[in-house]
Ligand binder design. Structure first.
Ligand code: SF4
Ligand code: MG
Length: 324
């Protein structure tokens, strides 16, 4: 059976021209990422800023073209399609951005903002567009009178509801949500997440949920992919990842995530150092400078994702049985 979205070996490399003090370089923002997403499911993509997750969001929504790899939607490789077919497919994958303050034009009324995608991409009449916008406002928990208001008249949570409504106006199948709640107060985050989950059930949506925050991810994801410097280091069901994190990086991220359930408290692992620059990536395993299990092999060779029970993990210490 075909997955709704199948991403195979996607790369995004940038060539950076030499400057006065530095030679030419290649930045591997995405370096061979693969995953599958089924209808109605949520894949969370997790990592620190700079790990490639925002580049992945832009590649999936075709804001950027990947350097290599395949993006198959419903069995069709989007990248190999002609312009018109690609445009039609593109509407099926919509993005919601992190910052509801920056992503809504302050000079336009909510109704105009919502209807814009329809003006460009449909042949609906003005009345039909308004009807759809009002229906969408209701779906995201806003009221008809909000149609004529401007973005600054809303709270942060309401603005993110507007951004979600706009992302759904073209009836997408897949929504890529790039840190959709991280700009919001913690008290509002749960409301927006619950709304997203209700909309998912109601409309059969699949989500790519991009986040640095594992406590949010645990709430919403079916599967989780942990990224480090352009690559997946662990890919597992949400349940398995939280119950039994396998990669040293995932273990460190999880140990610093506050958990409500005290039976899940774990030893705190301090993550030393910074994410290395993708301009000058380390040889061997990209995580080795920060990894307490690193040995000589890790300095030289790059681990590949290896399947084990319920997960895929890229780590020599796992392969060699040096960590449980
Ligand atoms: Fe650590 Fe080596 Fe595993 Fe990389 S491959 S995560 S450096 S043990
Ligand atoms: Mg980002």
């Amino acid at each position: 059976q075909e997955s709704l979205l199948a991403v195979n070996g996607v790369k995004k490399h940038y060539h950076v021209k030499a400057g006065m003090f530095k030679p030419d370089a290649t930045v591997k923002a995405l370096d061979g990422v693969s995953f599958k997403l089924e209808k109605g499911k949520t894949l969370a993509v997790v990592g620190e800023s700079g790990c490639g997750k925002s580049t992945l969001a832009r590649v999936l929504t075709m804001i950027e073209t990947p350097t290599a790899g395949e993006l198959c939607f419903d069995g069709e490789d989007i990248l190999s399609l002609g312009k018109d077919a690609a445009k039609a497919l593109r509407q099926k994958i919509q993005i919601i951005f992190q910052n509801p303050y920056g992503s809504l034009n302050p000079r336009k009324k909510v109704g105009t903002i919502l209807e814009e995608p329809l003006v460009i991409n449909s042949d609906m009449s003005k009345a039909e567009r308004k009807q759809k916008a009002l229906a969408m406002l209701a779906k995201v928990g806003l009221r008809p009178e909000h149609y004529d208001r401007y973005p600054h008249m809303f709270s942060g949570g309401q603005r993110q509801r507007i951004a979600i409504a706009r992302g759904l106006m073209l009836d997408p199948k897949v929504v890529v949500a790039d840190e959709p709640v991280s700009a919001l107060d913690v008290s509002v985050q749960a409301q927006v997440l619950n709304l997203m989950m209700d909309l998912q059930d109601e409309m059969g949506l699949s989500y790519i949920f991009i986040s640095h925050d594992l406590s949010v991810v645990e709430h919403i994801a079916d599967e989780v992919m942990v990224m480090y410097l352009g690559k997946a280091v662990e890919y597992a069901s949400c349940e398995e990842l939280f119950a039994n994190p396998k990669h040293p990086y995932t273990q460190a991220l999880l140990s610093s995530t506050p958990r409500l359930d005290p039976s899940h408290r774990r030893e705190k692992i301090k993550l030393e150092g910074e994410l290395p620059s993708p301009l000058n990536p380390p040889k061997g395993c990209a995580f080795h400078a920060r990894c307490r299990y690193a040995n000589e092999r890790c300095d030289k060779e790059q681990p590949a994702l290896v399947s084990e029970a319920n997960a895929q993990v890229a780590c020599f210490a796992r392969e060699e049985g040096r960590i449980a």
